[in-house]
Design a protein around this ligand. Structure first.
Ligand SMILES: C[S@@+](CC[C@H](N)C(=O)[O-])C[C@H]1O[C@@H](n2cnc3c(N)ncnc32)[C@H](O)[C@@H]1O
Length: 186
């Protein structure tokens, strides 16, 4: 059975989150993660899922946690609140490392041998391309690279182009919950 057939055995439920789906994929593919990297951790919701599934892995949460011009969702003060809440929430968890910087810079500080990479930072061609080119050389084989993008929006086309150029579209599985999965073993 190939990796796609294996992950298609996952029983999907309407309430399954992207984080849970990625963890179930790792489980199905026999990946026992030592290092997980999440690019774009925001409020830490998916990070919590990774921690509950894989408590003995190290989780590196990468996010600049800063206001960007044009960001109508969160103000400068709200970004500071979000960052301190994340720090408080994970304070007692010695396996979790919030790295407050951009993904490309964070890749210089992280060890090789990453087992799960979750790309959920800048949802543009340049953003996804930069994330994949900086982080792919750090992935263990086998490992999982996953992303979360709204494939029904127009913005998905350039993102898919970046995924295709780096991973090859035929090596990527479009799963539920807008998640794409690449089994990195070659
Ligand atoms: C869609 S949210 C991520 C949601 C989160 N993964 C979750 O499951 O709840 C996107 C996040 O990417 C972050 N981000 C923006 N630019 C980034 C960069 N260059 N590197 C890493 N993260 C970035 C934003 O600050 C924001 O928190």
């Amino acid at each position: 059975m190939n990796w796609r057939e294996r992950i298609q055995q996952i029983t999907l439920t309407p309430e399954m989150t992207q984080g849970e789906y990625i963890c179930r994929c790792a489980d199905k593919l026999g990946i026992e993660p030592r290092y997980i990297v999440e690019i774009g951790s925001y409020r830490g919701a998916t990070a919590m899922v990774f921690r509950s599934w894989f408590p003995s892995a190290k989780l590196i949460m990468v996010d600049p946690w800063t206001h960007k011009i044009g960001d109508s969702r969160d103000s400068i003060a709200e970004w500071e609140n979000i960052y301190s809440r994340v720090c408080d929430e994970f304070a007692g968890d010695i396996g979790t490392f919030p790295l407050r910087c951009h993904s490309a810079l964070a890749s210089c500080y992280c060890p090789d041998g990453i087992d799960i990479l979750y790309v959920n930072g800048v949802h543009t061609y340049e953003g996804v391309m930069s994330d994949l080119t900086h982080w792919l050389p750090k992935m263990r084989k086998p490992s999982i690279v996953a992303g979360y993008d709204d494939r029904y929006s127009e913005a998905f086309e350039p993102i898919w182009e970046a995924v295709d150029e780096t991973l090859g579209a035929t090596n990527v599985w479009l799963g539920p919950t807008q998640t794409w999965i690449h089994y990195h073993d070659l």
